[in-house]
Design a protein around this ligand. Structure first.
Ligand code: FAD
Length: 320
């Protein structure tokens, strides 16, 4: 059966959820072969096997942490040469997309980025993308070389499927180019304990209607009751109420959670561009004419300072 390479996003052996989603999609096309690189790579094998990886190609070397993306590109290039897959699937994180683009160039292939769905087709995998601020859905196939496809988080369910997950060492010989850009320092961002914005199943966002940095505690309380990430509109970020790393939209992050709750956000096209592929959208806005109500599944016309705390209390009481 045809094999599909899946690039594993992991932190010291802990596999991130978008990779498990890729394994679900990969099984629609062929047998998933995972490629795990860097510190802890071998430790990923058990969970990858539980989610359908028939083989896990690993290569542990300090180069992956010490240099920017080129060592990873060269390892994937080696994996493509060894496996001759029908496609290479990569999570749509900022770094992995750079890896994917460079890989496609190296192997002379076409690339599709930010797919939101994937299915088998007569002439290769068919990727669905949401384009022009999510006003259109397109279906595309790569017609040149081995398709390289990046997939947005939350595009598929994580579905366990036991497979062999046989660990095999990947043979990688780095070129001089791999060591062109060295990482000289790393600063970890302070952890909020909340899920990563782009991977979260639920996102609660606040906009200008939140009316002050201190009032974001209302948004955070709802997010925490739901185990959600916190997002913000650009207006809230530009006002200095919330960090840019939490901005959702055209010039912020693109999210696609199961549930997106927009509070005090008008629904400008640039904001929609980052959240319109969310599965269920809820908006709380005191203006019944706010454009956000054009795209919601559920809308609440009301003051967020009444509605959001009441919702938080309700969620908490249901949890008991
Ligand atoms: P507003 O449009 O001011 O809306 C505030 C809303 O809150 C109103 O609808 C109001 O009725 C409601 N409200 C007020 N008080 C309450 C209350 N107490 N209870 C309930 N509702 C209340 N924007 C982004 O978000 N992300 C981007 O990435 C982004 N990129 C951009 C890129 C470019 C090139 C440009 C030109 C713009 C970009 N913008 C982006 C900005 C975008 O056009 C809007 O200005 C912005 O999204 C507005 O943010 P907002 O909805 O929070 O504020």
């Amino acid at each position: 059966m045809a094999e599909v390479l899946v690039y594993v996003d992991h932190v010291d052996g802990a596999v991130r959820k978008p990779t498990l989603e890729l394994l679900t999609l990969a099984r629609r096309i062929g047998e998933p072969v995972a490629v795990a690189l860097g510190s802890g790579a071998a430790g990923t094998a058990a969970v990858l096997a539980e989610h359908g990886a028939t083989r896990v190609l690993t290569h542990e070397a300090a180069d992956y942490a010490d240099y920017l993306v080129v060592p990873k590109v060269e390892a994937l290039e080696a994996a493509v040469a060894a496996v001759s897959p029908v496609a290479v699937l990569v999570p749509s994180s900022a770094e992995a997309k750079e890896v994917a683009a460079r890989l496609a160039l190296r192997i002379g292939s076409g690339i599709i980025t930010d797919a939101v769905d994937l299915e088998a087709g007569d002439s290769g995998p068919v990727a669905t993308q949401s384009v022009f601020a999510a006003s259109f859905t397109t279906k595309s196939v790569v017609v040149k070389g081995t398709p390289v496809i990046t997939v947005k988080p939350n595009s598929a369910a994580v579905e366990p499927a036991a497979a062999a997950g046989a660990v095999e060492a990947l043979d990688v010989a780095f070129s001089e180019k791999a060591h062109g850009t060295k990482v000289t320092a790393r600063t970890a961002r302070e952890s909020t304990g909340r899920p990563e914005l782009t991977e979260a199943a639920i996102v609660v966002s606040g906009g200008r209607g939140v009316n002050g940095a201190e009032n974001f505690s209302v948004i955070e309380a709802l997010a925490d009751s739901l185990g959600a990430a916190v997002g913000a509109s650009r207006a809230a970020v530009d006002a200095g109420w919330y960090p840019h790393s939490n901005q959702v939209g055209q010039t912020g992050k693109s999210v696609s959670p199961q549930l997106y709750i927009a509070s005090g956000i008008s629904g400008a096209i640039q904001h929609r561009a980052g959240m319109q592929t969310s599965k269920t959208i809820v908006a709380i806005n005191k203006d019944p004419e706010a454009p956000i109500f054009d795209l919601v599944d559920y809308g609440v016309v009301g003051d967020l300072f009444d509605v959001v705390p009441a919702l938080t209390e309700d969620v908490k009481s249901r949890k008991g």
